[in-house]
Design a protein around this ligand. Structure first.
Ligand code: IDP
Ligand code: MG
Length: 141
């Protein structure tokens, strides 16, 4: 067990559905603390930068357009095994395969518009938190 930080993003489709509170409740009830949060609009260029690892994949352009189609809520989450815990609470990338009661099972529209992002490993978590937050915007308590 280790105490970790991870990046969560509530994606534009979930923001449009007015379920920010419901999603944060899942995260908090699951044992994660929100230690940073900001609503931001990602330009196409910023979305491309965030998802650079997926450049060249068939879904890349659609992903970037979707992520810049409206504001997102970026959050840093904190807790024991936060990276894996967040991914468990999120559910599988494709909501058709997401376990019942996960965020994606309940709030995703499709694999392309799957409601939330979560970092997948300690190095990407660190990078992705730094993409959105300065150190003085993160409040561990
Ligand atoms: P993750 O968000 O569960 O970590 P990744 O493989 O990192 O999944 O993919 C990033 C995002 O790209 C996914 O959340 C999803 O929205 C989109 N994506 C991934 N694979 C596909 C696909 O096969 N078709 C359409 N969109 C996809
Ligand atoms: Mg990923």
């Amino acid at each position: 067990m280790s105490i970790e930080q991870t990046l969560s993003i509530i994606k534009p489709n979930a923001i449009n559905k007015n379920v920010i509170g419901k999603i944060i409740d899942r995260l908090e009830t699951g044992g994660l603390q929100v230690i940073a949060a900001k609503m931001v609009y990602l330009t196409k260029a910023r979305a491309e930068e965030f998802y650079a690892i997926h450049r060249g994949k068939p879904f890349f352009n659609g992903l970037v357009s979707f992520m810049s189609s409206g504001p997102v809520l970026a959050m840093a989450l904190y807790g024991e095994n936060a990276i894996a815990k967040n991914r468990d609470i999120m559910g599988a990338t494709n909501p058709a395969n997401a376990a019942p009661h996960t965020i994606r099972a309940d709030f995703a529209d499709s694999i392309d518009e799957n409601a939330v992002h979560g970092s997948d490993a300690p190095d990407t978590a660190k990078q992705e938190i730094a993409f959105f937050f300065n150190r003085n915007e993160i409040f561990i308590r």
